[in-house]
Structures are given as structure tokens and as C-alpha cells.
Design a protein around this ligand. Structure first.
Ligand code: IPM
Ligand code: MG
Length: 370
């Protein structure tokens, strides 16, 4: 018997706590019904942590994250904290976790569930069967580059500065994740940058090209400028298998890809670090959507993205593919049965609350047995 899995749960702000509450019911189901056992620790993060401790991420919580087998994250931020100084804004908590845990590879799948194809803003035939993965670099680039800041110039005007910077190892390690994923998927990688205007993009292209030629000749590698990629995503998304790109372009393109699927409320993500000598890999799992303060506390939010993030956690951190499959199948069946939260509501479907969606998922899991 393997030891209990230590899972740190950070529900955060806005709809984070209410969606996480439903996922915790599913965690409990797995704990009781399947082979895996969890030790769950829950902590505050983001605005909730700021209100309690004056910082969006305490050193203790960071230590808990570093000691955990995996971290499940909800969402952070909201208007209540918008006027805080930059260093203590809720988002800084998440960014510090990513950086300190060295989670450099952010996997953002964009999958269209059969029942949801007609909910896309694109024509159904363009998105039906879509299954792509964006691998976003997560600990470098303009999000963390130095120098940064806002300075006052001698004439009294101000200047804001951020720096886009990448090194060879940073590019190669995230590209390697993309190539490896492509091997298990459709065998295609599209590397995205702006090498026509940025030196960091030129280096990006050269390094990815070199790595592909040296170690992944079996993978079909293409390069694309980021603006063209945005256009291609809405023109013909099914041309993509794995996209690999930097932190900022990945932020933009993954929102765009997410919307193709019919709802941001459906998409999970995994942020992974390197595999250490014992085969352990740090991972943080979170929905792509944010904290949606406008609907928070109304039992309206869609818990599926957080639930599917838990499925990714089972798959990537604990190698429990079959258990992850169970969750993904339950989600598929619940959607096929007509259940919809408000964000994905369609004509002639049953509009349900966050908690009723949770009930239906548990019923579905019970049906599949243990
Ligand atoms: C995301 C979010 C974050 C980011 C914010 C909340 C800091 O937009 O995960 O895509 O920009 O990375
Ligand atoms: Mg984003």
C-alpha cells in the first residue's frame, strides 16, 4: 500500500471556495471508494490570505506547498483588493507559488466535450472534436524579468518598465515538455513567438528548432508568430495539437483557446516542475478561469474546471490515470444528461446550481461503481 497523498488545497477568493467545496466532496468519494488515500491541508491564499494575515501568501503556506505531493488551487482576486499595492495584490500569491515551486510548464488543454460543441462562439464544425494543448512557459519572460518597475524621470513624467528575457535552459526545458506531450498525443508541436520583432523570440525559435532536430525528429515541428497564432486559433483551431509558447503569449492564447470550447468554466490546467532524482515532480492544478466576483456566493459557478483540475492532479502527480478517467467520464455523462450551470446554459437543458452539479457528479461516480 502506498502512503497517503499529501494534498494542499488553496481555494482562494470569489467562486474559488464554492467550486472547491464541490470538488472536496469528490476527493472524499475517491478517498472512501478507491485505492488512493489523501491527507488534505486547507489554507488561505490571495485576498483571503491578505485579509487574515496581510499577505496573499504566507511563508508557512509556501512551506506547505513545497512539502505537499500536489497543490489544488481555486482562484484569486476581486474588486475588494484592486487598490492594494502591487506587492500584496492577490495575484502575487499565485505568481510567488509558481516561481518558488519552479513550476515552469503550464499545461492548458482546450477540449470540446461532445455535448458542448454548439455552445462555442465558433461554428460547430470548426470546434467539434477539438483537443489541443497549450504549453505555456510560466516562471520566466516578462512576468518576472528585470529590470521592472515604475520610475519618475527628471522632467517629472513617469516610465513603466518590464523586461522580456529568456535563457537557453528556460526555453529548452519547456519545449521538452511540449515535445514529450506531443509524442503521447498527435505528434505535432507549434512553437509560437514574435521572432520578427523580438530577440528573445528569435532565440526561442532557434532553440526549439535545435532541440526538435536533435532529440525529437519524430515530431512535426512548426513555428508561428503569436499574432498569426491568435488568428489561426479562431480560423481553424483543429490544425493544432501542442502549442508551446512564452509566459505572456501563453496567457493570451490560452484564454482565446479556452473560449473556443464553449466555456471558460470547463477548463483545467496543470503547472509542473522538473522531475527530481526520486521521480517526484511538483505540481499545482488550477482552473483556467478566474475568481468571477460578480457571481461569487450565489451557488451559480461552474465547478467543472476545478474538478477537471483535480483529475489532472490524479493523472500527472499521482499517475492515477484510471481514476482521472472516472472523473472525466462523469463530467461527460453529466453534460450529456443535460445538466448545465448558468455559464454553459443552452436551450432545452436543465439549469442547475453549483451544488446540484456536485450532487449529479457524485451520483454519476456512484453509478460507475468503485
Ligand atoms: C492566468 C491568470 C494569471 C496570469 C493572473 C491571475 C496572475 O491570468 O493564470 O492565466 O496572468 O498568469
Ligand atoms: Mg490568464
Amino acid at each position: 500500500m502506498s502512503a497517503n497523498k499529501k494534498m494542499l488545497v488553496l481555494a482562494g477568493d470569489g467562486i474559488g471556495p464554492e467550486t472547491m467545496a464541490q470538488v472536496m466532496r469528490v476527493v472524499d468519494w475517491f478517498d472512501k471508494r478507491r485505492a488512493v488515500r489523501f491527507d488534505v491541508i486547507e489554507r488561505k491564499v490571495g485576498g483571503a490570505a491578505y485579509d487574515a494575515y496581510g499577505t496573499p501568501l504566507t511563508d508557512e503556506t509556501l512551506a506547505d506547498a513545497l512539502a505537499a505531493d500536489a497543490v489544488l488551487f481555486g482562484a484569486v482576486g476581486g474588486p475588494k483588493w484592486d487598490d492594494l499595492p502591487f506587492e500584496v495584490r492577490p495575484e502575487r500569491g499565485l505568481l510567488r507559488l509558481r516561481k518558488e515551486m519552479d513550476l515552469y510548464a503550464n499545461l492548458r488543454p482546450a477540449i470540446v466535450f461532445p455535448a458542448m460543441a454548439e455552445a462555442s462562439s465558433l461554428k460547430q464544425e470548426l470546434v467539434e472534436g477539438l483537443d489541443m494543448m497549450i504549453v505555456r512557459e510560466l516562471t520566466g519572460g516578462i512576468y518576472f524579468g528585470e529590470p521592472r518597475g515604475i520610475e519618475t524621470l527628471p522632467d517629472g513624467s513617469r516610465r513603466g518598465i518590464n523586461t522580456q528575457v529568456y535563457t537557453t535552459p528556460e526555453i529548452r526545458r519547456v519545449a521538452r515538455v511540449a515535445f514529450e506531450l506531443a509524442r503521447k498525443r498527435g505528434g505535432k508541436v507549434c512553437s509560437v513567438e514574435k521572432s520578427n520583432v523580438m530577440e528573445s523570440g528569435q532565440l526561442w525559435r532557434e532553440e526549439v528548432q535545435k532541440l526538435g532536430a536533435e532529440e525529437y525528429p519524430d515530431i512535426e515541428l512548426k513555428h508561428m508568430y503569436a499574432d498569426n497564432c491568435a488568428m489561426q486559433l479562431v480560423r481553424e483551431p483543429k490544425q493544432f495539437d501542442v502549442i508551446v509558447t512564452d509566459n505572456l503569449f501563453g496567457d493570451l492564447l490560452s484564454d482565446c483557446a479556452a473560449m473556443l470550447t464553449g466555456s471558460l468554466g470547463m477548463l483545467p490546467s496543470a503547472s509542473l516542475g522538473d522531475i527530481d532524482d526520486n521521480g517526484f515532480r511538483r505540481g499545482l492544478y488550477e482552473p483556467v478561469h478566474g475568481s468571477a466576483p460578480d457571481i461569487a456566493g450565489k451557488d451559480m459557478a461552474n465547478p467543472l474546471a476545478t474538478l477537471l483540475s483535480f483529475a489532472m492532479l490524479l493523472r500527472y502527480s499521482f499517475d492515477l490515470g484510471e481514476d482521472a478517467d472516472l472523473i472525466e467520464l462523469a463530467v461527460k455523462n453529466v453534460l450529456a444528461g443535460g445538466m448545465r450551470t448558468a455559464d454553459i446554459m443552452q436551450p432545452r437543458k436543465a439549469r442547475v446550481s453549483t451544488s446540484v452539479m456536485g450532487d449529479s457528479l457524485l451520483m454519476e461516480l456512484d453509478k460507475q461503481g468503485a
